[in-house]
Design a binder for this molecule. Structure first.
Ligand code: RET
Length: 240
């Protein structure tokens, strides 16, 4: 399928979300960067990271959009490069939030290694797919181990325990909301993954592989902008 760069076909929600996703990420970055001026000094780094997450995504959306418009294919490599940069930065956000309650660097590294595990396996699953269910499921399951580790850490493990110890109710509640993002918002990604050729949703329900990026675009908007807004609201409350 070869598309014209200048027209968004009205029956193509993937193209539509690539354009809106790009603009939303860009606007969010401008917001987070400017709002650094409204929070106390110790929160400026957290807002900078929020702005970097959406900023890095904006640049990738710029390229992914063009790639998709020119080829009609899923921009798998660009997608995973984006995630490889932005997911570890989300781990940094968890670390910064719990640092005052005693989080150690080792926590940050464990989260980063788990995300690398999750993303490398997901990339192999997608980029080296032979269209078979075996390949898709095998790498999807391996990837999910990394995801569950992060999920566990955010809900019951070190992150949750440290947030509980924090004497700030804003941090306590904020980390709980971020844990919900990891549980609900992040679970949209495997749905997209399972729409690939040979994926469970693809073979069981005929969910089309052309929609993989629709799920990813929706999930990214929720998780990158939403996550940043939660961090922002904690910072504002703590700066009063
Ligand atoms: C900003 C980008 C984010 C928060 C990306 C998160 C990505 C995931 C949680 C991906 C998870 C996957 C699985 C759990 C299994 C199938 C393969 C993945 C990589 C889509």
């Amino acid at each position: 399928m070869l598309l014209n760069i200048l027209t968004i076909p009205k029956d193509d929600p993937v193209a539509f979300t690539f354009f809106t996703g790009y603009m939303a990420m860009l606007a969010a970055s401008v917001f987070f960067f400017f709002e650094r001026g409204s929070v106390d000094k110790k929160w400026k780094l957290s807002l900078l990271i929020s702005g970097l997450i959406t900023g890095i995504a904006a640049v990738h959306y710029f390229y992914m959009r063009d790639y998709y418009m020119a080829t009609g294919d899923n921009p798998t490599a660009l997608r995973y490069i984006d995630w490889t940069l932005t997911v570890p930065l989300m781990c940094v956000e968890f670390y910064l939030l719990t640092k005052a309650a005693g989080a150690k660097k080792s926590l940050l590294w464990k989260l980063i290694i788990a995300s690398a595990w999750m993303l490398v396996a997901g990339y192999i699953g997608e980029a080296f797919s032979d269209g078979s269910t075996g390949h898709s499921v095998q790498w999807g399951v391996i990837s999910t181990i990394g995801y569950i580790y992060i999920l566990y850490t955010a809900w019951f493990g070190e992150v949750a325990q440290l947030a509980e110890k924090s004497n700030s109710s804003a941090v306590k509640n904020g980390v709980r909301i971020l844990a919900w993002f990891v549980l609900v918002g992040w679970s949209i990604y495997p749905i997209g993954y399972m729409c690939m050729d040979g994926g469970w949703l693809n073979t069981a329900f005929g969910w089309e592989s052309s929609n993989v990026d629709l799920w990813y675009n929706i999930a990214d908007a929720i998780n990158k902008i939403g996550f940043g807004l939660v961090v922002y609201s904690i910072a504002i409350k703590e700066s009063k």
